[in-house]
Design a protein around this ligand. Structure first.
Ligand SMILES: NC(=O)c1ccc[n+]([C@@H]2O[C@H](COP(=O)([O-])OP(=O)(O)OC[C@H]3O[C@@H](n4cnc5c(N)ncnc54)[C@H](OP(=O)(O)O)[C@@H]3O)[C@@H](O)[C@H]2O)c1
Length: 253
């Protein structure tokens, strides 16, 4: 059985990944959708009728749940054609004012879970399979008031590049998607409401439907990084050539 696995599939960008896979990837027979909110995952079954949707309600910050996923894979032995590591969250605020549990949970979800899900999935991937890891423009340079979030996303970018290099000989591609702000549940959950940050209020928005479609297409064609919108491609370039002390002044949130 050929499957896709999408984490954080219950809303926003993750839901768009599921939609694109149902519409454009005929060879996929089943999509394993992972998140905590069972009702949202179940709703995907009625929304997308042309493919079998298999909801898996897991809190990926709980380490024992990696074992649960591993056991499910061991029992079904599917071929994973597409893995999308999308689950993640962020926060806006000075590090010393932030709650310790929230910051460490962010590392657990954005990094530890992404690493573990990749590790348990890889034995089921073959030549032609690919991985999309959702990073962010926050990975290009440190961002004050998002110290932990931008660090977790830098990890995702570096991990994706190194893994892509390692897996080339097996014919498995890895792409890091680096979007700018998208109007999903992410922003309010991060404490980024309208008026709370002039930078976020003025930054151009990325369309998650377009980002998901292009990320999957580029990943299937062997590309390593995708940054939607020219504005953020320019930011990526500037982050490479300018001192990060200066970039942090320009990107103050
Ligand atoms: N929106 C932006 O501005 C933006 C910009 C750059 C990058 N990103 C990245 O894009 C990705 C998707 O975010 P989004 O914008 O689509 O936000 P979103 O709508 O809040 O989606 C986040 C997803 O992660 C899942 N999730 C959260 N905690 C989880 C946990 N403990 N275990 C399992 N799943 C969990 C959520 O599902 P449940 O709540 O049901 O568990 C949800 O499906 C994230 O990695 C984010 O960092 C977002």
């Amino acid at each position: 059985m050929k499957i896709a696995v999408v984490t954080g599939a219950s809303s926003g960008l993750g839901e768009e990944f599921v939609r694109v896979i149902t519409e454009k990837y005929d060879e996929i027979e089943e999509i394993w959708v992972i998140a905590r909110r069972t009702d949202r995952l179940e709703a995907l079954k009625t929304r997308f009728l042309n493919k079998k949707i298999f909801p898996i309600s897991l809190d990926l910050t709980k380490h024992e749940n990696y074992e649960t996923l591993s056991e499910m894979l061991e029992s079904e032995k599917p071929e994973i054609k597409i893995l999308v590591n999308n689950a993640g969250f962020g926060t806006l605020g000075n590090f010393e004012e932030m709650d310790l549990n929230t910051q460490t949970r962010m590392v657990d979800l954005n990094n530890r879970a992404l690493t573990a899900v990749t590790s348990v999935s890889l034995p089921y991937m073959k030549k032609g399979s690919f991985i999309v890891n959702v990073s962010s423009i926050a990975s290009f340079a440190p961002t004050a008031r998002m110290a932990v979030y931008c660090s977790t996303k830098s990890y995702v970018l570096a991990f994706s590049k190194a893994l892509r290099f390692e897996l080339k000989k097996k014919g498995i591609n890895v792409l890091a998607l680096c979007p700018g702000p998208m109007d999903t549940e992410f922003l309010p959950a991060a404490g980024i409401e309208k008026g709370s940050s002039h930078t976020f209020d003025t930054l151009p928005r990325v369309n998650p439907a377009v980002a998901a479609e292009k990320a999957l297409r580029y990943a299937s064609k062997g590309r390593g990084i995708y940054t939607p919108r020219a504005f953020y491609k320019l930011y990526r370039f500037l982050s490479k050539v300018l001192p990060h002390g200066l970039v942090m002044h320009l990107s103050k949130t």
